[in-house]
Design a binder for this molecule. Structure first.
Ligand SMILES: NC(=O)c1ccc[n+]([C@@H]2O[C@H](COP(=O)([O-])OP(=O)(O)OC[C@H]3O[C@@H](n4cnc5c(N)ncnc54)[C@H](O)[C@@H]3O)[C@@H](O)[C@H]2O)c1
Ligand SMILES: [Zn+2]
Length: 361
């Protein structure tokens, strides 16, 4: 039986999103039908709407979600109706080259999407990051559901499904921030602030938040930033060096996704330091750097997809830390909204008024 539910669609490049009826089939083999309880509005949803990720319109947006499993396909084990889950866009397959080499965070089956959801006229929908959770119900691969302690609020839990995990993991998993490190984070939206929180959790001694918006810098302090730099009025490279005895930071995390901020990150790190790119660039963006500087400054240049997380390892652990009062995930939730308010939430995100607007269903 197919289900007709409300969902939020981006139908053309740059066009405002709309709420429409989405047809969601019952789960087939290897699939799960999930009733969405909450879904955060991530900058990546806006990238989809702007055509920055692909041209496979119409997209069913939303990918940072938690909900309750309503039904599972015939062969699914370890997951059943009633389970409270966080959805992920990395259902590790266990069979690809990366998995077999013991590096499952590079699993190639990242988009496990079943493209079976449609509009009422049969037009197939492309679910954002293989999820499509700005909808009352969605159909995903069973491996995209990670069971966690249901004591956590859905609007908080869902954030671990994308941006907050991406930021926490960029610091904890990709950069391997450790006790005593100096860290600079460029771009203090939900992702950057999560990188600040992760650095703080790991014991970084100095955490420098960089943004062009003073309001964002104020919030960054609440997540553990020890110093702030407004890069609209000060040169961030000079400022970061000034705050680190002239050396630059051990780790610089770029959470904007632009060539100019990447260049700042590259030059703001200490000799042989680490740069981690978490921000998602558009296909048009180019980076030019003197090759001699890449060589001469040594160190490590990395990018971080989804915080190099393993959902089964990381989600239940982070939920436990939150429930113990050691990970204040609720601070990321600026407002809770309905499916009808997503276009307005994009505007608020662009104006810097929110860290995360979270749709609650
Ligand atoms: N790598 C991943 O797995 C992953 C996952 C989720 C999101 N992302 C990406 O991370 C980026 C951030 O996402 P978000 O949800 O936090 O977005 P956001 O819009 O909430 O935050 C971006 C922040 O960057 C700041 N900013 C903009 N231009 C700047 C500049 N020139 N210098 C300094 N700061 C500047 C903004 O003021 C804002 O605070 C996006 O590109 C998003 O697509 C990556
Ligand atoms: Zn996201």
């Amino acid at each position: 039986m197919a289900h007709e539910v409300k969902g939020v669609i981006a139908s053309a490049k740059g066009a405002p999103v709309s709420v429409t009826t989405v047809v969601v089939p019952d789960p087939g083999p290897g699939e799960a039908l999930v009733a969405i309880q909450a879904c955060g509005v991530c900058h990546t949803d806006l990238h989809y709407r702007e055509g920055g990720i692909g041209e496979d319109f119409p997209y069913l947006l939303g990918h940072e979600a938690a909900g309750v499993v309503e039904a599972v396909g015939p062969d699914v084990t370890g997951l059943s109706a009633g389970d409270f889950v966080i959805l992920n866009w990395r259902a590790v397959c266990g069979q690809c080259r990366a998995c077999l080499r013991g590096r499952p965070w590079y699993c190639f089956a990242t988009h496990n999407a079943t493209q079976k959801m449609t509009l009422t006229d049969g037009t197939p929908l492309s679910p954002a990051l293989g999820i499509g959770a700005f909808a009352e119900k969605t159909l995903v691969a069973a491996g995209q559901c990670t069971k966690v302690n249901p004591a956590i609020k859905p609007e908080v839990a869902g954030l671990l499904g994308c941006g907050v995990m991406a930021g926490l993991g960029a610091a904890l998993n990709t950069a391997g921030v450790t006790r005593g490190d100096s860290v600079a984070v460029i771009g203090c939206g939900g992702v950057g602030d999560a990188a600040i929180l992760g650095s703080s959790l790991a014991g970084a001694r100095k955490i420098i938040a960089v943004d062009v918006d003073d309001r964002k810098l104020g919030w960054a302090r609440q997540f553990g930033a020890t110093d702030t730099v407004n890069s609209a009025s000060a040169d961030p490279v000079e400022a970061i060096r000034g705050l680190t005895d002239g050396n630059g930071a051990d780790v610089v995390i770029e959470a904007v996704g632009r060539p100019e901020t990447y260049r700042q990150a590259f030059y703001a790190r200490d000799l042989a330091g680490t740069v981690v790119l978490v921000g998602v660039p558009t296909p048009q963006m180019q980076l030019e750097l003197p090759l001699l500087d890449v060589f001469g400054r040594g160190g490590t240049l990395k990018s971080s997809w989804y915080g190099d997380c393993l959902p089964t390892r990381d989600f239940p652990m982070l939920v436990d830390l939150h429930l113990q009062g050691r990970l204040p995930l609720e601070k990321f939730v600026s407002e809770t909204i309905s499916l009808d308010d997503i276009e307005e939430a994009f505007t608020k995100m662009q104006r810097g008024e929110v860290l995360r607007s979270v749709v609650v269903l």
